[in-house]
Design a protein around this ligand. Structure first.
Ligand code: 76R
Length: 268
């Protein structure tokens, strides 16, 4: 029997870019070029920092991850995101960047609870079911809580980022997509309750990437203390939604910096 997909709301398109730096080429180019590259990078990121409709971009230095930088960009449309990507490549900094990884997704809120409720009260696919979902989408879309997930602004002082893509498992005996919507709703409620114990310490941005990239979601966590990433991810491994159904991609851990710090980080 086919199951019911949760209704979702989407907000901003997101691009996570991971680059390493061709330090040898930069060194060979000499100090004048290094200064120019740093100045251009500062201007570029100062400009990208604020995009249309409250969107933003930010640079992070990576610790580990086999690369040097993580750039996170949110934009209202895919076209604007592609423009940002092009501007980074086309900049004087771009000459020295080697792409290691990137990830395309869109901020998403999955309405498991409302979908399960609609399925309880109406025949899935019926006009009543669709009307119920439509009302839930409108109500949730107007709520400040959901809007903060679709149009995320990172709380002041959360300088550390953890980014990783993940999917829900589709194995025999542990297939998320074969579970009744009631059960997925319960598991996501439990997940949310664990998440809430980290309120004020970890800010999550969930971006959906089914049909856009290789995994199903991007998870971007922000914190004041990087140890919170280890704590929350450990804790969640014991939540059924992750224990039985979580599959994870590469993890990247970074430190946010101001555009004016490009010179320092490029050794100028
Ligand atoms: O209450 C709400 O509005 C949100 C409830 C909630 C949802 C729907 C929530 C809360 N998350 C949701 C969805 Mn989350 N989250 C992760 C990870 O490492 C792991 O095991 C998982 C990685 C972390 C650390 C985390 C943190 N969450 C999702 C989804 C989409 C799944 C789907 O639709 O099927 C994924 C992939 C995912 C993964 N989650 C929270 C957190 C935290 C800290 C919260 C509380 C946030 C808050 O209350 O603001």
């Amino acid at each position: 029997m086919s199951q019911i997909a949760p209704a979702t709301l989407e907000g901003w398109y997101a691009l996570h870019q991971v680059f390493s730096m061709d330090w040898a080429a930069l060194r060979a180019a000499g100090p004048g070029v290094r200064e120019n590259v740093a100045g251009a990078a500062r201007e570029l990121f100062a400009d990208l920092a604020t995009g249309p409709d409250g969107t933003w971009s930010a640079p992070f230095r990576l610790a580990g991850g086999g690369a040097d930088w993580l750039f996170v960009h949110f934009r209202p449309t895919l076209d604007e995101l592609a423009d940002v990507q092009r501007r980074v490549s086309d900049s004087p900094l771009g000459v020295y960047l080697r792409r290691e990884y990137d990830y395309l997704s869109i901020t998403e809120a999955g309405l498991y609870h409302a979908t399960a409720e609609a399925a309880r009260e109406h025949k899935p696919g019926s006009d009543e079911f669709k009307a119920h979902i439509g009302e839930a989408l409108a109500a949730e879309g107007a709520s400040a809580h959901v809007r903060s997930r679709l149009y995320p602004q990172v709380p002041e002082g959360m300088r550390y980022v953890s980014f990783y893509p993940m999917s829900k498992r589709r194995a025999e005996g542990a297939n998320w997509y074969a579970l009744p919507v009631e059960q997925r709703s319960r598991l996501m409620r439990e997940h949310g309750m664990t998440g809430r114990t980290f309120a004020g310490r970890v800010f999550q941005v969930i971006t959906g990437s089914v049909g856009l990239d290789d995994w199903e979601w991007g998870v971007t966590l922000f914190a004041r203390d990087p140890l919170e990433f280890k704590r929350i991810v450990t804790e969640m491994r014991y939540d059924e939604a992750s224990t039985l159904y979580g599959e994870f991609g590469r993890f990247f851990t970074g430190i946010r910096f101001a555009p004016s710090d490009w010179a320092k980080h490029l050794g100028v």
